[in-house]
Design a protein around this ligand. Structure first.
Ligand code: APR
Length: 254
């Protein structure tokens, strides 16, 4: 848990903020049971190579491996719940009605805890679409996690319109971010006076550049992360602890 004076200082800064924005990464979902991408033996990229699973080339080369891996992650998401930190962030919306959550996460845990105005920079796992004509694909039944093995191969369904293979609605390496979502995230962060950065290593651009954008706009930057992150040097305050306890503590100290 982060030290109390730092938490009180962060709560005071948040209390004085007129336009806070929240920026989250995989560490925000870790305590719900969703593995992070980096750091730790269970992180996704320590077990699989992103170039084998999270690129358009990978899907063209081995669609059953890629689709099976994402279906496994969908099945995992169906078994987890938002944690105290998600609920605490959603409660902040009662105080700042225009509060925007800019997230790199493709899960729906912020929304399930009641946050609205959530901008998914890297897309959304459950928003399936055709890899050819881009039509949304609905009605996919996610198998129960206990019936699946990590790394299991599965044939993706086909689009009813053009017969193309269906893909997850996430942004793969080498693909551009959704332009409207990015523009809304940039506008929110340009206009914020405080950026609360939770659980992101700051390794992936252009998302990571948003913290510098906030600083250049004069915003205070508060980092919530138990470990170091590339953003530590840009933070006015670093609350060293897990998102659940720190965000609930922050809400209680407001
Ligand atoms: N609470 C808060 N932060 C945590 C917690 C926790 N309980 N556990 C881990 N963290 C921190 C780690 O210290 C690390 O700084 O969360 C961060 C997770 O970093 P990454 O796994 O790199 O996740 P992220 O920064 O979101 O990755 C960005 O990379 O592979 C792509 O598309 C993927 O959106 C992802 C992007």
């Amino acid at each position: 848990m982060s030290d109390e004076p730092a938490l009180q200082e962060a709560a005071a800064a948040l209390r004085d903020s007129a336009r806070p924005v929240i920026f989250t990464g995989a560490g925000m979902s870790a305590e719900s049971g969703i593995p992070t991408f980096r750091g730790g033996k269970d992180s996704l990229w320590s077990r699989w190579k992103p170039e084998e699973l999270a690129t358009p080339m990978a899907f063209q080369r081995d669609r059953t491996l890629v689709w099976g891996w994402y279906v496994y992650r969908m099945a995992q998401l169906a078994t987890v719940q938002p944690h105290a930190g998600h609920w605490a962030l959603a409660e902040l919306q009662a105080r700042w009605t225009a509060l925007t959550v800019v997230t790199q996460n493709v899960d729906d845990l912020h929304e399930r805890a009641g946050s609205s105005r959530v901008l998914h920079l890297h897309g959304e796992l459950m928003k399936l679409r055709c890899s050819v004509c881009n039509r949304p694909f609905t009605g996919f039944d996610v198998p129960a996690l206990e019936t699946m093995e990590p790394g299991q191969r599965l044939e993706p369904p086909r689009c009813g319109h053009c017969d193309g293979f269906i893909r997850p609605g996430v942004v793969w390496f080498g693909e551009s971010l959704p332009t409207k979502t990015w523009a809304r995230a940039e506008a929110a962060i340009r206009g914020c006076d405080l950026l609360l950065v939770v659980g992101t290593s700051g390794q992936v651009e252009p998302a990571a550049s948003l913290v510098g954008l906030a600083r250049r706009g004069g915003a205070r930057v508060i980092l919530v992360d138990p470990d170091e992150s590339a953003h530590a040097g840009q933070a006015d305050l670093h609350l060293r602890g897990g998102a659940g306890a720190v965000l609930a503590g922050l809400r209680d100290a407001l």
